[in-house]
Ligand binder design. Structure first.
Ligand SMILES: *Cc1c(COP(=O)(O)O)cnc(C)c1O
Length: 401
């Protein structure tokens, strides 16, 4: 973009024309305790079906109480980075509890999942080394590879054979050039399908490559104990040395972590610039997350309830003849094929009282624009039934794509 008074306005107009301009909707408050509905002037409340608060913990009073009590003790800001004076007892305890929860020696907190992925990938991948990534990986994993100066190689979605094909040639080359990191989302954030982690783990083992699984959407949600895709697949630290988890989704708070073997995590602490050069999370957020972790462990009914709602949603959608993705997780995409259709469907749902954001390029590949519906344990059966009826109405009312 050239620097001229008109340049930004022209660029915005072009985005608008392509139905790609993004805007925000300001949440004015909540109409129920769990925060699934929002009041609207003169209209029925709007039911949120596109957040990531899968277990309904974000507004749980026990988390709020833990946060408030910790803020009374520690204040609000941590006041410095972890390596200076910002690393408190709350952070330390949370790291130990996250390590225990994930069955790993050690865990390291980051301020966000974006920063965790950027930091871990760039810390472990040297210039010229290979980073293999699923084509549909989260932007933060891709950006970490770009920042590292490594060679980013993207394999076809969930295709272990394609990843193997990309790994093979350089192995014949020099020993130095053969280091590699494989990174995948555990549950894909826009599709809800699960990565073939066992296949990738075997591949990584065979080629002595690192394997990183970012289970932002699986942790707390999948597996009998909420251990995520690795619990489902029965894989431990031996097979998957690097596990990234986020705290802003199922855990209902904010932040992220990487967990693994002690020396590896300590090495990341030495090298990850997005860890070193930033202020530590507020200790009160760490305290609230400790409370959340207890609930994830002690209230398995949240996962059961969520699975029940997912099954109910899918069965009702099938009865309505709606085409769904290949997803057993709370992320349920409805593909619409272009930005204009996705926006129109989202608007129609909003008029019917349901908030489902349209997801457009470049968040998803062009031509796969969609509604990304997400379910939460905080929803009830009537809300899910109402959503499916409104969805059927909205899709039948669209121009054919
Ligand atoms: C949301 C998400 C992130 C980023 O986490 P934040 O804490 O929101 O920055 C990383 N990876 C995946 C797969 C995600 O869905």
């Amino acid at each position: 973009m050239h620097r001229s008074p008109q340049a930004a306005a022209d660029a915005l107009a072009a985005l608008q024309q392509q139905h790609l301009r993004r805007t925000r909707r300001t949440v004015q408050g909540y109409a129920d305790e769990a925060g699934t509905t929002q009041p609207r002037w003169g209209q029925a409340p709007l039911v949120n079906f596109c957040g990531n608060d899968y277990l309904g913990l974000a507004r749980d009073p026990r988390l709020t109480a833990a946060l408030t009590a910790a803020a009374a003790h520690w204040g609000v800001g941590s006041g410095a980075s972890h390596l200076v004076t910002g690393h408190t007892h709350e952070h330390q305890q949370l790291e130990e509890e996250l390590a225990a929860f994930t069955g790993r020696e050690s865990a390291l907190l980051f301020s966000t999942g974006y920063m965790a992925n950027v930091g871990v990938v760039s810390a472990l991948c040297g210039r010229g080394e290979r980073v293999l990534q699923d084509r549909l990986n989260h932007a933060s994993l891709i950006d970490g590879a770009r920042l590292s100066g490594g060679r980013l190689l993207r394999y076809r979605h969930n295709d272990v054979a394609d990843a193997a094909r990309l790994l093979a040639p350089a192995e014949a080359a020099t020993e130095a050039g053969s280091a590699a990191l494989i990174a995948t989302d555990g549950v894909f954030s826009m599709d809800g399908d699960v990565a073939p982690v066992s296949g990738l783990a075997a591949l990584a083992q065979q080629h002595q490559a690192w394997l990183l699984v970012d289970d932002a959407h699986g942790l707390g949600v999948l597996g009998a104990h909420g251990g995520g895709v690795l619990e489902l697949a029965g894989l431990g630290a031996q097979q998957v040395p690097l596990l990234v988890g986020t705290l802003g989704k199922a855990l209902g708070t904010f932040g992220a972590f990487v967990a693994g073997e002690r020396d590896l995590i300590d090495y990341i602490l030495q090298r990850a610039r997005s860890y070193i050069y930033t202020t530590a999370l507020p200790p009160a957020v760490a305290a609230a997350t400790r409370a959340a972790l207890t609930l994830v462990r002690d209230e398995p009914w949240r996962r059961d309830r969520l699975q029940g709602l997912i099954a109910r949603f899918r069965a009702a959608a099938v009865r309505e003849g709606l085409a769904l993705g290949d997803s057993e997780t709370p992320i349920q995409p409805v593909l619409l094929g272009d930005a204009a259709r996705a926006l129109a469907a989202s608007l129609a749902l909003q008029q019917a009282g349901y908030w489902v954001a349209a997801i457009r390029a470049p968040t998803v590949p062009a031509g796969t624009e969609r509604l990304r519906i997400t379910l939460s344990a905080a929803h009830d059966e009537a809300q899910v039934d109402g959503l499916v009826a409104a969805l059927a109405g909205a899709l039948h009312g669209l121009e054919p794509g």
